[in-house]
Design a protein around this ligand. Structure first.
Ligand SMILES: NC(=O)c1ccc[n+]([C@@H]2O[C@H](COP(=O)([O-])OP(=O)(O)OC[C@H]3O[C@@H](n4cnc5c(N)ncnc54)[C@H](OP(=O)(O)O)[C@@H]3O)[C@@H](O)[C@H]2O)c1
Length: 334
């Protein structure tokens, strides 16, 4: 093969936002698959808030990326050569890989993509690899929403949050989203069908939650932690549920993060707060894909990709997650 490989390697643990010296972009030889493996050429790289967690050595749910290793990522690509009878050149695969143009696919970590349900590859990958199942299981299993209840979700114009609010509506709930700009607030109400939106950067959160959730909050789907969690805790109803999906407001923190001031509400309102990682639901993915795919085909669930281009732009692109520059699912076309 005359092509060369391009690989992002982790060189330093970030302190605060991801600096220019945290990763390096290298030209390398294309790796050769061993027996049982295959060589994959990346088509799409998913950029996820957890990338910042994996770069760091904070306590986390899988080992951090080792210094000097290729950066870990959720990837989608095409098999170019194979030493595994179950994978053939041309097969579309997705799963856990690295920020590399060419990479070795290890079955179990990287698997053949299922039926795309009539969707373009990028949409199927963006919706079904991580985002959709996270929203679906976090809300349906842990949030357990009932018709008529009020569901609040933070980072509501982002990938997971935009899906959570729409599933809440499908379940007959009132959906209220928190987002960081007027345009994001407009999008989730006018185009996605949320009942109300709060611009948490410009509004008084406590007052805005009272106004938009006159019956209180039954489910707060937490994507961000921090002050927003605190404000929602204060307005939770008796026996409310808080699926803890993410804490993006803290991923770039350089100081110790204070605990929520409204912690007593957990006792007073008998709240159920549970963290989860979508991988916990790996064996139930088909259930989520069937439900989400069905709602998409029925026109009840909209999905927006926010697509950049060029693997060389991976760092520039991933930073958008922490500054709120993305709307919908952030991805890179390689
Ligand atoms: N548990 C799991 O298995 C799992 C799986 C996937 C994702 N997650 C988590 O879910 C959350 C959302 O992930 P995603 O992939 O859907 O990303 P996303 O929502 O598409 O992008 C992140 C968004 O977070 C918001 N944000 C950034 N910094 C913030 C801050 N300091 N305070 C409040 N909001 C902030 C920004 O929107 P604004 O403009 O609105 O601020 C930004 O657009 C993340 O916390 C992620 O770690 C968890």
């Amino acid at each position: 093969m005359s092509d060369v490989n391009k690989v992002w390697r982790l060189r330093k643990r970030p302190v605060g936002p991801i600096g220019d010296d945290v990763l390096s972009y290298e030209e390398e030889a294309i790796p050769t698959p061993a027996d049982g493996q295959f060589l994959m050429k990346m088509d799409y790289l998913s950029l996820d808030p957890t990338n910042r967690i994996w770069m760091s050595d904070m306590d986390q749910y899988m080992p951090p990326v080792a210094l000097n290793d290729p950066m870990r990522g959720v990837v989608c690509g095409t098999v170019v050569s194979s030493k595994n009878p179950d994978f053939a050149p041309g097969d579309l695969v997705s799963g856990l890989g690295s920020w590399s143009k060419y990479q070795i696919g290890v079955p179990g970590y990287m698997n053949k993509m299922g039926p795309l349900g009539g969707l373009p590859v990028a949409d199927a990958f963006g919706m079904f690899a991580v985002v959709g199942p996270t929203a679906y299981f976090g809300l349906m299993d842990l949030g357990a929403p009932k018709a008529g209840e009020t569901v609040v979700v933070s980072a509501a114009a982002g990938a997971v949050g935009s899906v959570v609010g729409q599933i809440a509506k499908i379940q007959g709930c009132r959906a209220v989203g928190l987002a960081g700009s007027a345009e994001k607030c407009r999008w989730i109400v006018e185009e996605l069908g949320f009942d109300a939106a709060i611009n948490y950067k410009t509004e008084n959160l406590a007052e805005a939650l009272k106004r938009t959730c006159p019956q209180g909050i039954d489910v707060y789907f937490d994507n961000v932690g921090g002050d927003i969690l605190d404000a929602c805790l204060k307005q939770m109803n008796l026996f409310g549920r808080i699926p803890t999906c993410g804490l993006i407001s803290q991923y770039n923190a350089t100081d110790e993060v204070p605990g929520p001031k409204n912690y007593p509400m957990i006792l007073m309102q008998r709240l159920k707060i549970q963290g989860f990682i979508v991988l916990d639901y790996a064996n139930r993915y088909p259930e989520a894909i069937t439900a989400l795919g069905g709602w998409m085909r029925e026109g009840k669930l909209k999905f927006k990709l926010d697509m950049d281009e060029g693997l060389e732009n991976a760092v520039k692109t991933v930073r958008k997650l922490y500054t709120g520059e993305n709307t919908g699912k952030l991805m890179l076309k390689v």
